[in-house]
Structures are given as C-alpha cells and as structure tokens.
Design a protein around this ligand. Structure first.
Ligand SMILES: Cc1ncc(C[n+]2csc(CCOP(=O)(O)OP(=O)(O)O)c2C)c(N)n1
Ligand SMILES: [Mg+2]
Length: 393
C-alpha cells in the first residue's frame, strides 16, 4: 500500500492563541456537551449491513472497481500536490482539501450517469475531478490561470463546467441546496431522466435553506439526492456541540423523505446507498437524504492546523486507521482484482499526472484584463459602459 499519509505537516499551520482552550480530545468535547458518547451517539454507528466481499462489490465489473481505485488515488495525490503548490505560494485564497473524505464523492458519483448533475460546497476539487474535469483544468483554476475550468476567475471554491454537468463550487455554506432544488425542479418540469446530486457539510443542515429545500423537494417529488458529508466538524466546532439532534438522517422524517446513513470511509457503501437513491429518483418517487459519515485528515482549510485546538493528534491518527484508500485497496488485493504491484503502478501514474497538472498550470497565462468584463451580470448603461466600468471615467 502506498503511503497515503504524507500530507500532514505540509500545510502552513497557525499556533493556537494563548487565550484559546488547551487542546482537547473529541471525547472531552462530547463529555462537556452531555456525557460520554453512549451507544446511541457512538461515532461510526451506521446502518451498514454485514456483507461478504462478494456482496460488497455488488456485481461491479473488475474494470469499474479498478477505475474507482484509480479515482481515489488520483484524488489523494492531486490534492497532495495542491497542498505543496499552496505552501509554495502558487495558489492564493481559501483552499479546502478533501483528504480522508474521498470515498464519499467518488462512490456516489460512480453511481451517477454522465448526464446527471452534481453541485457542492467549497471542498470541491474531488467532485470536479470525478465529474470529468481534467486535473490540468482544475490545477490551472487553482493557480488563477486562463486555462482553468472557470477561466482562472473562480479559484478553489468556484469551479464550474456546464459541459460536465458540474454546477459548482459554492462558498456560502448551504447556499447550493436551494439552487440544486431549482435544477431538480427543472428536471421534472422538462420530464428529463436525470438526477440532481447535491452535497453539503453537516454544519449546514441547521440552516433554514436546507429545510425549505427538503420540504419542497419532498412535496413535489423532485429527483434530488442530498448528501450530507458529515466529517464531524464545522471548522473547529464538533457536531455534537452545535446540534440538538445527533443523527442527521432523522431530519428527513420531518419531510416524509426516505433517508440512509452511509459509511463515508467505504467507497462501495457510498455507491450502494447512492444507487438506491438514484433508482428511487428515476422511478419518480422523489428525493432522498443521505448522511455520509466521514472524517477529514487535514485542517479545515490550508491555513488551519490539522490538530491541536479542537481535536488531538491522536484523534486524527485513530481515524486514519480507517483510511478509505487503504480499506478499498485491501479489499481489491484480497479478492484478486488489483495486486500490490498494479496498485503501485497506478499510484505512480496518478502522481505523474498530478505533477504534470502543476507544470501545465505554471505555464498557463494569467487571464487578460478584458476578462474582468465577461461572465458578469452587470448591464450596460445608456453610455454603453458597464456600471462598474471606470475605463471611460
Ligand atoms: C453562510 C455562511 N456562514 C458562515 C461561513 C463561514 N464558514 C466557512 S466554512 C464553515 C464551516 C462549514 O462546515 P461544514 O458545513 O461541516 O463543511 P466542512 O467544512 O466540514 O466540509 C463556515 C462556518 C460561510 N462560508 N457561509
Ligand atoms: Mg463538516
């Protein structure tokens, strides 16, 4: 198994301020907010059935299983390269990595068709990759260059590609959910055989927009599959400190909507649960809420520490034992689908692709000044100037 834990320590870290609480463990936080996690609150409790290796693979062809592995490795290596480029000052602005969470989007998007839609928040590089945007176009976007998928004007949080049915990339927490509802409504209105898959973090689910959207999606039986990426933290706030209800999937009952809990560290469990939801949507039976229980192995963003304030190094190390790449690689080795040698070859290939994407981004030009006047909503005034245009002033 290639070493997938190389990321830690590469990000610039901020020392905790003196007036901040001493590093506390997740268990201490749980205690503070209402006692030790009991059997009803235990992390990783899940409705995941006990399945044999054969059943877990759900009849998927070896080719598709190998492709999933390739995608997981590419996601990890690509983001490791992003972290390196960020540390070198090649990437500006906020930058949130998905390291540790890869199984969620990769499993769920493998269960989609190419003409279905995907929309997510700002932790989005892997969703964009999985929708088929090339590593080159994503890295160039991160570098703010003209060959980026948003012309270098969106950056890490605002990638977009209509061609790939990838609808962003949204920086306002929870803001994408009503937008996705609108797309799902469009699908039904035009009687299309498509699914709208929308992702959000667990910290977004107590916002009004989430509830209003779920209510309307259920009322109108829209083909909306909402996937909550529950990585336990909204920046540095543990879920149990922020929500009166621990089990997010239960929120669906308020809208008479089917829900499922998926193991977000298991790409095949994500695939299984997402596929059931997509089938339901395509049969015209409406939306599903999926809670994917996962964990991020890195800081909230590139400027945040991995651990030290709201979780300890030991907490992170413990969760890394459930590395989704390692879990899946072990399964594929056990079942004879991918040998260690083949895995290492695959790993070398995606590392190379990631390196090349950084070279490509470096060589790509900056967007021209004229690009400031494209892809905007501003109308021209009577003099034919854009409202904010100071060129003629
Ligand atoms: C409406 C709004 N409020 C606050 C913020 C600042 N903010 C950025 S990320 C974040 C935490 C979100 O956590 P979560 O939804 O769990 O997603 P994760 O970062 O864990 O993927 C917050 C509060 C924001 N971007 N938008
Ligand atoms: Mg979160």
């Amino acid at each position: 198994m290639p070493d997938t834990n190389t990321i830690e320590g590469e990000a610039p870290t901020e020392a905790p301020r003196e007036d901040q609480a001493a590093p506390a463990s997740e268990a201490a936080f749980a205690q503070e907010s209402g006692g030790e996690p009991g059997p009803d609150r235990a992390w990783q409790q899940s409705a995941k059935p006990e399945l044999s290796d054969e059943e877990r693979m759900q009849g998927l062809e070896p080719e598709q299983l190998r492709r999933m592995m390739y995608d997981m490795l590419l996601a990890r290596r690509f983001e490791e390269k992003v972290a390196e480029s960020y540390a070198l000052g090649k990437i500006g602005g906020f930058c949130h990595l998905y390291i540790g969470q890869e199984a969620v989007a990769i499993g769920a998007i493998h269960a989609l068709r190419r003409d279905d839609y995907v929309m997510t928040a700002y932790r989005e590089h892997v969703h964009a990759l999985q929708c088929g945007i090339t590593p080159n176009a994503i890295m160039a976007e991160l570098y703010g260059r003209a060959d980026g998928c948003s012309g270098g004007k969106g950056g890490s949080m605002h990638m977009f590609s209509a061609e790939h049915n990838y609808l962003g990339g949204h920086g306002i927490v929870g803001g994408q959910v009503p937008l996705a509802l609108g797309v799902a409504w469009k699908i039904k209105y035009r009687q299309e055989d498509r699914v709208m898959q929308v992702y959000l973090g667990e910290a977004a689910v107590n916002q009004g927009a989430f509830h209003e959207s779920l209510n309307m999606a259920a009322l109108w039986k829209l083909p909306l599959v909402t996937i909550v990426e529950n990585n336990r933290f909204g920046m540095g706030t543990a879920w149990e400190r922020a929500s009166s209800l621990y089990d997010i999937s239960q929120k669906a009952t308020a809208y008479s909507m089917p829900a499922a809990v998926a193991d977000g560290m298991d790409v095949l469990d994500m695939y299984r649960v997402a596929r059931e939801a997509h089938d339901r949507a395509r049969r015209g039976e409406g939306p599903t809420l999926i809670e994917a229980r996962t964990y991020r192995f890195v800081g909230h963003s590139m400027s945040d520490p991995v651990s030290g304030v709201y979780r300890t190094k030991e907490d992170v190390e413990r969760e890394k034992q459930k590395d989704p790449i390692r879990i899946f690689a072990d399964l594929l080795a056990r079942t004879g689908i991918l040998s260690q040698d083949e895995l290492e070859k695959m790993d070398a290939e995606v590392k190379q692709l990631s390196e090349e994407s950084a070279d490509f981004a470096d060589a790509s030009p900056e967007p021209t000044v004229d690009e400031l006047y494209t892809d905007i909503y501003a109308d021209e005034d009577v003099q034919g100037r854009l409202y904010f245009d100071m060129r003629g002033a």
